[in-house]
Design a protein around this ligand. Sequence first.
Ligand SMILES: [Fe+2]
Ligand SMILES: [Fe+2]
Length: 201
Amino acid sequence: MPDYDKNIKRQLKNLRPEIEKWLKESVSEKRYNHILSVSKTAKKYAKRLGLDHYKAELSGLLHDCAKEIKNEQLLEIAKQKNIELDQLDYETPHLLHARVGAEIAKEKYGITDPDVLGGIRCHTLAEPEMTKLTMVVYLADASEPGRDRKYAAPLRKAVKEKGLEQAVLLAIDHKLLDVIKKNKKIHPLTIKARNWLLSFI
Ligand SMILES: [Fe+2]
Ligand SMILES: [Fe+2]
C-alpha cells in the first residue's frame, strides 16, 4: 500500500495546469510565487513527517484561491455557505478568504478530501482539532522562504527540532503578538486553536 492517496495524486496532476493558469491570470507575481512556495514547502514538511505529500502540495496550491475576492463578496459567499461568522469577520472580511477558499476548492475544483480542504480553511487563523496535514499547510504559509526570515527561520528550526505541533504553536504566538502590538482584535478561532494545542503538547 502506498503511503499516499492515489486519487489525490491524480487530482493534483489534473488540476495543476488549470490552477497555474488561474494564478497567472488573477494574482500578482509576488502572490504567485508565494502560493507556489507554500505548496513546495508543505510538500517538503509532509515528506519529512511521513505524511501524504500530494495532499500537502494540492492544499498549498489552492490555499489562497479566494485571496483576490473582494470583502463584500467574501461575506456574501460565507453567508451562502453557512460559514459561522464572528463579529470580527464582519469587521475584517479579508480573514474569510481561507474559509471561503475551502468552499471554492470544493465547488470549483471538486476537492472533497478533509485534509486538503482543512489546509485551505485553517491557513490564516488556525482552528482546534487541526489534522497534521492541515497544520503542515498552516506552517508552510507562515514559513515559506519568501516570508520575513526573522519570523520564518525560527519556525523552520522548530519543526525540525521540536516537532509540528510546537512549531504551529510558535507560529500562532508570532501572529498573536503581532496582532497585540498593532492593538487589533484577536479572532476567537486562533485562541481556540492555541488552547487546543496547549491541552496536549
Ligand atoms: Fe492566505
Ligand atoms: Fe498564503
